[in-house]
Design a protein around this ligand. Structure first.
Ligand code: FE
Length: 226
């Protein structure tokens, strides 16, 4: 299976954000994103795809989310806190929706959030086999490939093969779990904390966490490789 990894149909600022490999952006770049009408159109398009209908307050909320509380950076902060705060991590795994709300990340359509934890024994990957359901509140807009037919079909059928497509090798004795998102229930992966990060504070840790690692198609690289 070949994935369309072309990002040419995304807004330039968003492409740069993705290519930069970092979640933290200058306020100038954020301003650029905030002004980007294409991003608004994509948000609306994705919402339409998911729900088949729209409501004005939901659109306003969605635009505000991507303008002001931009995308995967929310998820990165959640992951970093969980790595450094074991009590928060317990709450996050026990009741994702409540633990995200605790950090100010409310779901906008009333969907439940479930956070699944990666470990040396278990690797989790999320997909929406039906359409494009995605954990908006923490990861922002779904990437183009997440909505593609090959990913949606193959992630469920051959997750190990899909991970290879992303350059992610998972050892044969690691159990792979695929989580199929839907309108009511969304998943986010809590990736493994990489080695070499023992002394890092939550702010530093968050800069290492990528969107793809929270979808489960990649791991978080150690700081030396980042
Ligand atoms: Fe969906």
């Amino acid at each position: 299976v070949q994935f369309d990894m072309q990002r040419g149909d995304l807004p330039v600022a968003w492409q740069q954000f993705l290519e930069s490999g970092e979640n933290s952006m200058s306020s100038g770049k954020k301003d650029e994103l905030n002004r980007n009408m294409t991003l608004r159109v994509r948000a609306l398009e994705s919402l339409l795809l998911e729900k088949g209908l729209i409501e004005t307050p939901a659109i306003d909320e969605l635009v505000d989310m991507f303008e002001n509380r931009l995308g995967p950076w929310n998820g990165a902060k959640v992951v970093a806190r969980a790595w450094n705060d074991s009590e928060y991590k317990q709450r996050l795994l026990a009741d994702g929706t409540a633990a995200l709300a605790e950090m100010g990340f409310d779901t906008i359509q009333g969907e439940e959030m479930v956070i699944v934890e990666n470990s040396p024994d278990t690797h989790n990957i999320i997909v929406c086999t039906l359409c494009s359901c995605f954990p908006w509140a923490v990861l922002g807009l779904p990437p183009v490939w997440y909505k593609s037919a090959p990913y949606r079909a193959e992630a469920a059928r051959d997750p190990r093969g899909v991970l290879r497509e992303f350059g992610t090798e998972i050892s044969a004795d690691t159990e792979l779990r695929v989580w199929d998102s839907n309108a009511e229930l969304r998943y986010m992966v809590l990736p493994e904390r990489p080695p070499g990060t023992e002394g890092m504070d939550t702010e530093e840790l968050a800069t290492l966490v990528t969107r793809d690692s929270m979808i489960g198609v990649s791991k978080v690289a150690p700081p030396s490789a980042a």
